[in-house]
Ligand binder design. Structure first.
Ligand code: SF4
Length: 314
């Protein structure tokens, strides 16, 4: 495999909340993004996946660990790493037409000058996201949710990034168009060699769209590896619960999440001792309450952190 374009190595993020306490939103997370590949970060609300994406986008500095962007010298970080948000309704300035929104980005980044060049390139951006040129004249409120998200993606592409960080990019869209947007992202990834981080609570959808899956629980990565290996041979009880609550791959189309089926996630200010999943784990043992589980390897890059798989000498 080639070198990662972007990697987070041993990254933690603590948000102070006073009196020496902190929300431990992300702990010791490592993720690597490669050109032309998608890595899914899966977990319920509050698992730390959005915080990790914002650290990767350099919206937050990490408390510990390192973010490394390789190559692309001479270009700004923002030009190389673009974040696409969940909410296409809040992402576009309502007072400007689509043509202005896209053209502005092209001008700022020096990709187009003069009216004719801007017009040509903005129309080309729309073509890449399967929208007709006439949409350049429309205002965001004239577009459907799916059309807006296409414009948001076109705006991200206008920067000519090497990495797209998608923070639940389809979860607020109508059921009928979620697959269209994921297919669009997959095509852009394949055609342009984009590295994509796909954040979702929907593990079935993650399998459909991703090469690798990393599962986060309560700020920690608990299992990761090739997408097929994770979905067909999940080891961690939390991953298994996620899969059991989303048994149908077509669930990408309805996107219902596991949150309501798994109960309340733990506090990140005062997280459970030992394995953070132990209060909710159907397989919890005494050791799980006292000691942090070590990492176990299961071949082909599949790993987990769970006492069920720890070797005897640990
Ligand atoms: Fe469950 Fe223990 Fe494994 Fe944690 S370490 S997931 S509590 S069995």
């Amino acid at each position: 495999m080639t070198e990662p374009v972007l990697e987070a190595v041993g990254v933690s993020k603590h948000f102070p909340v006073g009196r020496g306490r902190a929300v431990r939103a992300v702990e010791d997370a490592t993720v690597r993004l490669y050109p032309g590949r998608t890595v899914a970060l899966v977990g319920e609300s509050g698992s730390g996946k959005t915080t990790l994406a914002r650290i990767l986008a350099r919206y937050y500095p990490p408390t510990q660990g390192e973010i490394r962007l390789s190559g692309g010298e001479g270009h700004s970080y923002r030009r190389q790493v673009q974040l696409v948000y969940q909410d296409p309704f809040a992402s576009l300035n309502p007072v400007h037409r689509v043509g202005y929104i896209l053209g502005r980005v092209l001008r700022i980044h020096g990709h187009a000058r003069g009216r004719a060049e801007v017009r040509e390139q903005t129309a080309e951006l729309l073509r890449r996201v399967n929208l007709p040129e006439e949409f350049l004249e429309k205002f965001p409120h004239e577009l459907s949710g799916g059309q807006r998200q296409r414009v948001v993606i076109a705006r991200a592409l206008a920067v000519r990034p090497r990495v797209l960080l998608g923070d639940e990019p389809v979860s607020m869209l109508d059921v009928s168009i979620r697959l269209d947007i994921l297919n669009l992202l997959a095509r852009l990834r394949d055609e342009q060699g984009l590295a994509i981080l796909y954040i979702t609570h929907d593990i079935a959808g993650a399998r459909y769209f991703s090469d690798e899956i990393h599962v986060m629980y309560a700020g920690q990565m608990v299992e990761g590896g090739p997408a097929d290996s994770i979905t067909e041979g999940a080891r961690h009880p939390y991953t298994r619960l996620l899969l059991a609550s989303a048994p149908d791959p077509d669930r990408v189309a309805n996107g219902s999440g596991p949150d309501e089926e798994l109960g309340e996630p733990p506090s990140l200010i005062d997280p459970p001792t030992g394995c953070r999943f132990h209060p909710r784990c159907p397989a919890a043992m005494d050791v799980c309450r006292d000691k942090v589980p070590p990492r176990s390897e299961h071949g082909e890059g599949h790993w987990t952190t769970c006492w069920l798989y720890a070797k005897d000498d640990e």
